[in-house]
Write a protein that binds this ligand. Structure first.
Ligand SMILES: [Zn+2]
Length: 118
């Protein structure tokens, strides 16, 4: 069975009763035709959340310095994980030790860093 010509069209229907169904059998009613469903309104994209200030960025900052110091050979997440689990004081302590080593022209071994718990 072929669809009637008017199917899906705006015009060409045969409404015998005002508001009733099209007589051609396309399935639409005059009410539906005159009240098309409104298009869903596109929701505006939510603004990206700003980076929380304070602890979060501070931890990232320390992790970033360590990551740079070890020439990005390790994963950034390794340092961030260490600082998250051991605390930012731990991170600052390591950074100051690194600075001491630097003054002596030595490289702070990453094994030292990993083994320090506090
Ligand atoms: Zn029709």
């Amino acid at each position: 069975m072929n669809d009637p010509k008017c199917k899906g069209q705006k015009f060409g229907h045969d409404f015998a009763i005002a508001g009733g169904e099209c007589q051609n059998g396309c399935g639409i009613t005059q009410v539906e035709l005159s009240n098309p469903k409104p298009k869903p309104i596109a929701m505006p994209r939510p603004e990206p959340k700003p980076m929380p200030k304070g602890v979060h960025t501070e931890l990232h900052d320390i992790a970033f310095k360590l990551w740079e110091y070890y020439e990005r050979k390790e994963k950034f997440g390794l340092f961030l994980g260490l600082i998250r689990s051991r605390g930012k004081q731990w991170g600052y302590a390591r950074l100051s030790e690194i600075a001491d080593f630097k003054r002596r022209g030595q490289k702070y071994p990453i094994q030292f860093l990993m083994s320090k718990k506090t």
